[in-house]
Design a protein around this ligand. Structure first.
Ligand code: PXG
Length: 439
């Protein structure tokens, strides 16, 4: 290995066991298509599309070239009270991909910012309609909505909340939808669990519907181990929101851009929310970009409600619609279209399902969940050491040249949509071998 020309200590790594990592660093230096090359020269197959974002594969020439060209043409222009063509073009492409009726796009840089933006749009919308008392937000247990104070408040991961104080006031949570007893080893959507959506009626009764602004859920929960919505569950949430005037927000940071075989989960499940939060796959991870796609009526209510010449929605970021991000988005969306990658994901899903469910019966496996090109393989935790077995399997797969992602004791898979059937088998083969070797 080459001697390192950097110090590992200065960088405080995000969501990382810093001391454990720095004792045995895993450093990647380049990537192409489905593979990384590590500092020690090894090639690693990407079973997770980076962190669920590299949907088109790595360093695709058309995306790289678009970013390069943009960097040499217009690196930056002020994004408040000024515009550049790329952000309008990217927004137009996203509006065309989204379900009918959702065609106004607000840009941010990360999923966390986009979640907080969606919550603020919900508040601004209700206020513009004279219903400013609607300010309760409803999230769900096991939900991940990034790390902003809004996102951790509506989110449902105890460890991400417990050290950060009082969070947003006036938030409630639906129960999560996973039950080992009722749905272990379901393929696709579990048959059990639609009734869990009825809990929203209880929350509405408790707070009074006139006080609730919005409900936010991931259509398929990603970070907490791939929790697929029971059949009929999302439809029920939609119906209850309609009955009581609540906005329904789908956080599609992971499920967007073909992961489930259509542009958005909303289309796969046939349930249309009022807002879609997106990030990650919009640029295939090449430049940070995120945003919210908003139902036109919500946009119009907020924008037309302000006096002409005033800033209607006092919100935005220095880099909302950054030229490099916009160029990357345009090129990425064009590539998805040109290579029909969403259709490819849908076509590969049955093979992927077979492959991951083929791990049933191996040591420690207590559940397998899947939808589209997304799967969670849950292992029994070592008593008193949650996460340890998951980490061991992750490390063993990495040593075999396959990158997986572990959340707790669940191995999550979400390969780039360019993955081949043979590569899917390589990923599940590495997991099988790792499981056989794991105590
Ligand atoms: N919402 C959802 C549904 C997400 O999955 C965010 C919001 C926040 O996005 P940013 O861009 O602020 O990170 C996410 C991010 C993992 C993992 O492996 C998941 C995410 C990020 C990093 C790792 O579970 N999701």
């Amino acid at each position: 290995m080459n001697p390192r020309d950097y110090d590992l200590e200065a960088f405080w790594m995000p969501f990382t066991a810093n001391r454990q990592f720095k004792a045995a660093p895993r450093v990647m230096v380049s990537a192409q298509d489905m593979h990384y090359t590590c500092e020690d020269g090894r090639r690693v197959l990407d079973g997770t599309a980076g962190l669920w974002c590299v949907n088109a594969g790595h360093c695709r020439p058309k995306i790289v070239e678009a970013i390069r060209r943009q960097a040499g043409t217009l690196d930056y222009s002020p994004l408040f009270q000024m515009g550049h063509p790329g952000e309008f073009r990217a927004a137009t492409l996203l509006a065309a991909l989204a379900p009918a009726g959702l065609d106004r796009v607000f840009f941010c840089n990360s999923g966390s910012e986009a979640v907080d933006t969606a919550l603020k749009i919900a508040l601004a919308f209700h206020r513009a309609r004279g219903e400013g008392h609607r300010n309760v937000m409803v999230g769900r247990e096991r939900g991940y909505h990034g790390v902003g104070f809004g996102g951790i408040s509506v989110g449902g991961i105890p460890g991400n909340r417990k050290v950060f104080g009082s969070l947003l006031p006036r938030v409630d949570h639906l129960p999560h939808t996973h039950s080992l007893a009722d749905m272990a080893f379901s393929r696709g959507q579990p048959a059990w669990g639609a009734h869990l959506a009825d809990d929203l009626e209880r929350i509405v009764a408790l707070h009074d519907s006139s006080n609730i602004a919005a409900v936010i859920v991931e259509p398929v929960a990603g970070s907490t181990g791939v929790v697929v919505p029971p059949r009929g569950y999302l439809e029920k949430l939609r119906a209850i929101c309609d009955r009581h005037g609540l906005l329904l927000v789908f956080d599609e940071v992971i499920t967007g851009f073909g992961r489930l075989g259509t542009a958005f989960a909303a289309q796969t499940f046939g349930v249309t929310p009022d807002m879609i939060v997106f990030a990650k796959g919009v640029t295939s991870g090449a430049v940070p970009m995120a945003g919210v796609i908003v139902r036109r009526g919500i946009h119009d209510t907020v924008v037309n409600g302000g006096a002409p010449g005033t800033v209607e929605f006092p919100h935005g970021y220095t880099y909302s619609g950054h030229p490099l991000a916009s160029a990357a988005a345009e090129a990425t969306l064009a590539l998805y279209h040109e290579e029909r990658l969403f259709d490819r994901a849908r076509a590969l899903a049955p093979h992927f399902e077979q492959a991951v469910h083929g791990l049933k019966g191996l040591p420690h496996v207590i559940d397998i969940r899947n939808f589209g090109l997304m799967a969670g393989i849950e292992l029994a935790a070592i008593p008193g050491k949650p996460g340890a077995r998951g980490h061991e399997v992750f490390m063993k797969c990495y040593e075999r040249g396959v990158l997986t992602r572990v959340t707790g004791d669940t191995i999550a898979l979400s390969p780039p949509l360019i993955v081949t059937e043979a590569q899917i088998d390589e990923i599940t083969g590495a997991i099988a071998a790792a499981l056989r070797e794991t105590a």
